[in-house]
Design a protein around this ligand. Sequence first.
Ligand code: 13P
Ligand code: SF4
Length: 308
Amino acid sequence: MPEITTRIEPIVERINELRIKRQAVILVHNYQRGEIQDIGDFVGDSLELSRKAAGTDAEVILFCGVHFMAETAKILSPEKIVLMPDPNAGCPMANMVTLRQLRKKKAEHPGAVVVCYVNSTAEIKAESDVCCTSANVEKIIASIPEDKEIIFVPDKSLGDYAARKMGRELVLWPGFCPTHHRILREYIIQQKEAHPEAKVIVHPECTRDVIELADAVGSTSQILRFACETEVKEVIVGTENGMLYRLAKENPDKKFYPASPVADCPNMRLNTLEKVLWSLEDMVYEVTVPEDVGARARGAIERMLELS
Ligand code: 13P
Ligand code: SF4
């Protein structure tokens, strides 16, 4: 059987023609497939991407990530067309809290400040006081007066990490990332035995027992910064495995080992280079947010951007 290979150059060429024609900016999350990262105008973590979305003067934002990220871009730039290459690329964690549940929790804790992780729906952001990402969670929590109770949604692991770091009690929500929870303590121990010189860095969406084994904890771009700056030549990486591409690309002299062989986010993986092209060809799939929800959610996101 002859080997069938797809040449990506013609696809990239056409994407490049269309991005000019559509006046589009292509924003790409650090977990995306390598070939998508390579055509991005900007590649980054959730916080960096929301800053880019707020500041761009492009007509169209093509967001290669998952739905809450594209939705955040739309909330920050409501006058722009925001597209996703695949409308099914959602984040299961974002769907682990509903508006009704959050309102019930708020009623149980009158006067509490609601901090919501950016991995949440527009409706939940609209019902929250301030957003945070894994890059700025400590700053956001620190900005809230000590005597205020804090409800933290939806990620229990990030909330637990922040609470321990800040020495502060938070009302946690039982949401979690299925991908990061597949990174087990045993895997890290095995990798440390196999690579005794390596440092371990993990994402705060990991469980507490995994975080305890890490030399450093951070958002995807903080992981990248750590990898670039560390003296050691080997790093064990406890986050979604798409991250390994950028780490290796920007640090060709270092070795990176995934903490888990199964930490792939199926949602992030739904986007492909072909879908990016179709998206710009057909101007699909447009992300919309009802105006009133968007306006309230914008308040929570802008508060976060001011504080960080
Ligand atoms: P970052 O904000 O660190 O890029 O993470 C987003 C995410 O979805 C992690 O699973
Ligand atoms: Fe959501 Fe986890 Fe995928 Fe991040 S890695 S988008 S939190 S499911």
